[in-house]
Design a protein around this ligand. Structure first.
Ligand code: PAF
Length: 297
């Protein structure tokens, strides 16, 4: 694997690879790679001739008081992990390389942001859209890979690719889970011992919702209450939100039909965790939103 730090070198490498007709799979990250990232890289490896990983802690997507300065970084570990997962190139630019002194043009995301995590992270998805617009232009991938754990980001990227006409296939990849169902996250290490045991119930809450839908429940309020009650009685965590929305539009629904997301965010003492389930409802049957999730019912 080759590490590239300048836009110029990345662009000439992409040009060279494209000249020989190679397809490019792109996995954008902020580094500190974990198993979730590995599954994106593996998927990209399976589907493309060339795999490019970027590591860039993007200041534009951090709000005041968020953890930009303390965001975990470990380049040596990341280079090894990326190489082991079959990446061909690591794009690792500095902030100055990406934005110069200050960007003169930035993106504004108008839809799919005033809900879920976006409600309290004003400007976050504008920063994500801005950096991805740059990265997509520099790397010109055929496919880009994003984890469904952050399903709102996937929905925003879907809008970005569509509205800005990027000739890129968005590949959402299903959430990687611990054996007991807890979604893998670098934040899980902040859970106290007893919290870690109870955190498994977050996925159980989503499974209960799925079970209710399987049994014919179509009232979003009842699904919302099912999930919230389970979280309250079984985890002791504070609920930040539980929402049931159309997916990927992220609009409220009066009745469950089509593709929907059941999403939750909770706060334990030191860890804030998110999880979700995407369900496509066809009469009384349902299946996962994206084939890539590999989960059907
Ligand atoms: O999901 C992330 O790590 C970031 O939001 C992304 C997509 C790399 C953009 O900075």
């Amino acid at each position: 694997m080759k590490t590239i730090t300048t836009i110029h070198d990345m662009q000439s490498t992409v040009r060279m690879e494209k000249q020989t007709g190679k397809s490019i799979g792109f996995v954008p990250t902020m580094g500190y790679l974990h198993e979730g990232h590995m599954s994106l890289l593996q998927k990209a490896r399976e589907m493309n001739d060339i795999v490019v990983l970027s590591i860039f802690v993007n200041p534009l997507q951090f709000g005041p008081g968020e953890d930009l300065e303390t965001y975990p970084r470990d380049l040596i570990h990341d280079e090894q992990a990326a190489e082991n997962s079959g990446a061909d190139y690591l794009f690792y630019p500095t902030i100055h390389e990406m934005y110069g002194d200050e960007p003169s043009v930035t993106a504004v995301v108008k839809k799919r942001v005033n809900c879920l995590c976006g409600r309290n992270r004003i400007g976050h998805f504008d920063g994500v859209a801005t950096v991805l617009t740059k990265l997509f232009n520099i790397i010109q991938p055929d496919r880009a890979y994003f984890g469904l754990k952050d399903a709102q980001q996937v929905a925003v990227v879907d809008g970005l690719i569509h509205d800005f006409n990027f000739p890129i296939e968005l590949v959402p990849v299903s959430t990687v889970r611990e054996e007991d169902g807890l979604a893998k996250s670098s934040r899980n290490v902040y859970l106290l011992q007893d919290e870690r045991v109870r955190a498994r119930e977050l996925y159980q809450a989503l499974l209960k919702a799925e079970e209710a839908i399987d049994s014919g429940e179509r009232d979003p309020e009842i699904i919302l209450r099912t999930v919230s009650n389970h979280i309250i009685s079984e985890t002791g965590a504070d609920i930040d939100y539980v929402e049931v929305l159309a997916y990927p539009e992220l609009k409220p629904v009066k009745k469950l039909e089509g593709k929907i997301i059941i999403a939750l965010a909770v706060k334990f003492q030191k860890a804030r965790l998110i999880d979700n389930m995407i369900v496509t409802i066809k009469d009384r049957e349902h299946q996962s939103a994206f084939e890539q999730t590999g989960k059907e019912a």
